[in-house]
Design a binder for this molecule. Sequence first.
Ligand code: PEP
Length: 259
Amino acid sequence: TVQRVPLMAGNWKMNLDHLQATHLVQKLDWTLRDAKHDHGAVEVAVLPPFTDLRSVQTLVEGDRLAIRYGAQDLSRHASGAYTGEISGVFLAKLGCTYVAVGHSERREYHGETDETVHAKVAAAYEHGLTPIFCVGEGLEIRQAGTHVDHVLAQVRAGLEGLPAEKAASIVIAYEPVWAIGTGEVATPEDAQEVCAAIRTLLAELYSGDLADRVRILYGGSVKSGNVAAIMEQEDVDGALVGGASTDPTEFAAICRFRE
Ligand code: PEP
């Protein structure tokens, strides 16, 4: 089987201005720059607000930090009369590696549908960005027991028509909505069940080889105290971390889950 490099991605949401961003990234780098942390073994990324990205770029490129970064959203369009929107072209120019697409907060508060998310996944690839494609069920669906079907339908919709050479690099984040920002973490077995089902679907849609390579993250109240048990699951290849990623000490501890 292929060794997938774990990815720990910090979604800051609408927190930290560009000065605070610089401070956090410096402190995070400093905390990770320890003999015990093997940069090659765990990939670390931050997803700051748009207005922080230029500052983060200057710091990461200037000091050659081993931290990647990306945005929390992008426009489905490349340019034009879309007031307030941010193009993937701009994000690529700022050195972004990743862009989150279809986060549950975008789906819930900004009316993003599976169709929107599909268009944004395509837009990310068009501009050379790697989508962190977010899926997950709400509490009612979880209670009805149809969460696996619900999530797989979201994955199918987002990937529809996406060629294998693009899909091979996608990152999928399984984030049960009832576990986001609630302190209610899914059990490691809950995370494994859905992440494994997503991998099986990727094998059906593409190939076993592609499915083996794609990283599938879990997100929802991940903290330094629960990350190790989640990371022990075979099909969980990292975490999308919200609240806990705005504290550099805590986020660094999450990134160092193996120690
Ligand atoms: C998120 O925003 O993607 C998330 C998982 O948030 P939290 O870790 O705060 O639950």
